[in-house]
Design a protein around this ligand. Sequence first.
Ligand code: NAP
Ligand code: G4F
Length: 338
Amino acid sequence: MKKALISGICGQDGSYLSELLLEKGYEVYGLVRRKAKEDYGNVAHIKDKIRFIYGDVTDLASLILAIKEADPDEIYNLAAQSFVKASWDSPVSTGEIDGLGVTNFLEAIRQTNRKIRFYQASTSEMFGKVQAIPQDETTPFYPRSPYGVAKLYAHWITINYRESYGLFACCGILFNHESERRGLEFVTRKITHGIARIVKKGNRAPIELGNLDAKRDWGHARDYVKAMWLMLQQDKPDDYVIASGETHAVREFVYEAFKEAGIELEFKGKGVDEVGIDKKTKEVLVKVNPIFYRPAEVELLIGNPKKAETKLNWKKEIDFKTLVKLMVQNDLRLADEE
Ligand code: NAP
Ligand code: G4F
């Protein structure tokens, strides 16, 4: 039986990856930070099937101990301060967790068992101010946030340990992937959660958003964790872009999500004055609030997943409209249950 250690196991991707590995018969270990109140986040429903080990990626000793305890064949490093906007508020800790935390993991592997296969959660945020359209594995990087900069360091240190010590270390350059388990602060979930409040709870206050023009390449996390696993099953370690190959503006996500909930919106105005209005009732249901703008924005992301499709035989199964539908229906159902 194969053993895997997952950091960030209670997050969105950690939960889908745990389900996938458990289905494949893995013994799954999860690295978790000690919390004042017990909380298993997105893996609460499968917590009895997972062995949890306390640790923190900023603490090398804890990683060495975790590896000794789990003795894993594979490590998936999904731990991160993953909210881009918060990285301007906490640039140092974001660098420590998302950047140096990865060196800690690589160093722990180097010092304990160099046969362990390592997956690093790299990101399309590294492309930032994009130097080519679409972005693939050869596109130069230009990060635009402390998060993107920290992740770029992590990306290169992973490649460096692969080249220096021959570690089986892979970076998945994953474009935005969302799901019913997405954190509430990310734009997709903020929209679908807000719609559920409007439709089911009668609280008609508009959803306040930032840059509606930003474009993202959105997929479903359930598809993307399959690519993580595939990367570690290859003969040789390598880095892969994982993306849907489509891009949509935040405004389009808003429009599709309201439509899924039975409301047709029309947008009026520009910039900070833009609003989304219910075509039927003329109520303003979406407005722009500049507090959600970022000091530097990533305006356009669109990935080319051809290498992953060819070499890993990976393919997305959930398209943009299905993703929106799943997220809206889930939040409507949750609101009904509350
Ligand atoms: P997420 O839901 O925010 O989960 C992140 C997890 O990391 C949380 O469980 C968190 O634990 C844990 N963590 C944070 N700091 C830690 C530390 N110092 N030590 C140990 N664990 C720590 O993120 P996600 O969306 O699943 O993303 C997974 C990974 O993929 C992240 O590295 C993210 O940056 C990267 N990524 C995500 C996307 C995307 O679109 N989702 C795209 C590209 C790359 P707590 O519960 O204790 O806070
Ligand atoms: O949903 P977001 O916060 O995701 P962002 O910044 O693209 O980062 C996510 O994807 C990355 C991969 O590219 C991951 F590495 C990272 O960990 C994370 O999972 O914002 C998406 C876009 C941005 O352009 C933002 O400015 O939506 C725009 N936006 C507009 N209004 C908003 C809002 N974002 C948020 N979070 N909240 C708003 O009100």
